[in-house]
Write a protein that binds this ligand. Structure first.
Ligand SMILES: Cc1ncc(COP(=O)(O)O)c(C=O)c1O
Length: 388
């Protein structure tokens, strides 16, 4: 597992979209969208085969398969010691849609939402799609603890939601329990202020860091809507499957009504639920191996990047993306992305406001969810270009 032979570039070149193999010339290595180059875990494949072998792909329940909701609740409890009632878990067609749907259900036009910066574009995008306003809280990449004291100053009577991305894509920050408690203390002071905790990266955490769920802080459990997904840990992005875990029936009813699942206008497809439940119930040993492989790739890539002229790279605590500071190369993020694409034949994501907020300038993002051989080749090409 996780050997060069396990990466099938021919199939990826036909199937992997969203800035990756299928969208680029054949000689370009894409370290772009965070989507693994490895195929799904064998138990997931078997579960899908078995379900399809039954021959029926009928409508599933609007609320999701009971077995799926139970698998999500059990997995969350095992990993976080937090109990979500399975009837308050809703499968949705991706974590991305989970973020959007939460915004749609919770926010009114002109409400304000605190969004970290840099962070994945999906938060600001979703907030703005429902007519609310994203207020950015700078979360630069530092080695120390995050200071939330400045966040409170951003709260106004219009602030209804804080979007927490933990672990944080793209900096790889994994929030400690004391950092989350500091945030919880602020949240608890303001009636009606909710937190959307995106935990899609929570399985991808490197030793000695430890993931802590915001929902595990008792004082804010009722204020937390947890969104997660199965694209990152299990390579199921094409199935578009995620979950929203809700603290009470009131919030569940609002989100369920807004989901349009009951009318069949939207819904999480049954194959996605079958795959994700197999992942949670049966693919944990595979996931452990994947994280061990990723930790090796991270250490290898960080050392290589820091040996390149003008590049400084901190080791991410979680997520399989690197977010090196590249200003000293003399290029802006988009100039470097362009040059690497043309001259080094490596695709990276530039730290542009449209992807991660304005706090990302001076950085590029590289995914390392690939084999050692591919990563070695890509980093070698980048190094050679920067030295030239
Ligand atoms: C923080 C975060 N949330 C959500 C997503 C989207 O995941 P999905 O494929 O389930 O929509 C991503 C993907 O990069 C992400 O980094």
């Amino acid at each position: 597992m996780f050997n060069p032979n396990d990466v099938n570039i021919d199939l990826l070149s036909a199937r992997a979209h969203n800035l990756r193999w299928a969208t680029l010339p054949k000689d370009v290595i894409p370290l772009t969208a965070a989507d693994p180059d490895f195929p799904m875990a064998p138990p997931i494949k078997e579960a899908l085969f078995k379900y399809i072998d039954g021959g029926y792909l009928s409508y599933g329940p609007a609320e999701g398969l009971e077995s799926f909701r139970e698998a999500v609740a059990k997995d969350y409890e095992r990993k976080n010691q937090v109990t979500y009632a399975s009837e308050l878990i809703l499968p949705v067609d991706s974590a991305a849609f989970g973020i959007y749907l939460t915004c749609k259900a919770i926010l009114q036009p002109k409400d304000e939402v605190i969004v970290f910066d840099p962070v994945d574009f999906l938060f600001k995008y979703s907030v703005e799609q429902v007519g609310a306003k994203a207020i950015t809280f700078p979360t630069p990449q530092t080695k120390g603890l995050m200071d939330f004291s400045g966040l409170e100053a951003l709260i106004t009577p219009k602030t209804k939601l804080i979007c927490l991305c933990n672990p944080l894509n793209p900096t790889g920050k994994v929030f400690t329990k004391s950092e989350l408690s500091a945030l919880a203390e602020i949240v608890a002071k303001y009636q009606d202020l909710m937190v959307l905790s995106d935990e899609i990266w929570s399985d991808i955490v490197f030793n000695p860091n430890k993931f802590n769920a915001f929902s595990s802080i008792d004082t804010v459990f009722e204020r937390t809507i947890t969104v997660t997904g199965y694209s990152k840990s299990y390579g199921l992005a094409g199935l578009r499957i995620g979950s929203i875990l809700m603290p009470n029936k009131n919030i569940y009813d609002k989100i369920f009504a807004m989901s349009l699942h009951q009318s069949t206008v939207h819904g999480a497809n049954v194959l996605g639920q079958i795959a994700a439940q197999a992942a949670l119930n049966e693919a944990q040993p595979w996931l452990d191996g994947f994280v061990r492989h990723l930790q090796e790739m991270r250490d290898f890539a960080v050392t290589r990047l820091n040996a390149m002229p003008g590049v400084q790279c901190q080791a991410p605590q979680g997520c399989y993306v690197l977010f090196p500071e590249i200003s000293e190369t003399g290029f802006s993020a988009s100039e470097l992305q362009n040059q690497l694409m043309i001259k080094a034949k490596v695709a990276v994501v530039p730290g542009l406001p449209k992807w991660f907020g304005s706090g990302a300038e001076g950085h590029i993002r590289l995914s390392f969810a690939t084999s050692w051989g591919i990563l070695d080749e890509a980093l070698g090409r980048i190094h050679k270009f920067l030295e030239s």
